[in-house]
Design a protein around this ligand. Structure first.
Ligand code: FES
Length: 151
């Protein structure tokens, strides 16, 4: 049996998600929210889980892997925020239904501590334009650094 990717397409042997048949009209680049999960070596020291894989499964289960509320998960290399490991953040598409300037960006630390139920709560809240209350203690403030400040 052929392996399927998150969009339901048959996958080329040896690849994780490369579709056997390319549909040039598929809106692969649209997402209402893009969630970046750091997979850099220092963040990975905190846990053994594949956090991105776990989140993708929850998103798929909730039906938010497609359509106008699509949430896309991307693993990244180091974000230069290792002190916050394990680090994750979102950007919201300005053309999505729930976009506001206030909810356009959010970042969190120690996301490896979140349970599956907390991730589910986060994904549902994000799709509604919100951030769940539990995440407040993990929030990383966005801040403009001046030239004279240390990073
Ligand atoms: S390894 Fe994750 S921010 Fe550096």
């Amino acid at each position: 049996m052929s392996k399927k990717n998150s969009m339901g397409s048959d996958v080329v042997d040896g690849f994780a998600c490369k579709p056997k048949v390319l549909d040039a009209n598929k809106p692969v680049m649209y997402s209402a929210i893009q969630l970046f999960v750091c997979d850099g070596h220092r963040c990975k020291e905190t846990h053994q889980d594949d956090i991105a894989k776990k989140i993708r499964a929850i998103i798929q289960e909730l039906g938010l892997n497609k359509g106008t509320n699509r949430i896309k998960v991307t693993k990244t290399a180091c974000n230069g925020a290792c002190r916050f490991r394990n680090f994750a953040y979102i950007y919201r598409n300005a053309f999505s239904d729930n976009f506001t300037q206030e909810n356009s960006f959010a970042a969190w630390k120690q996301v490896h501590k979140w349970s599956d139920e907390q991730w589910r709560e986060m994904i549902i809240a994000l799709s509604e334009g919100k951030i769940p209350e539990f995440a407040e203690q993990f929030k990383v403030e966005d801040k403009v650094y001046e030239d004279s400040q240390d990073l």
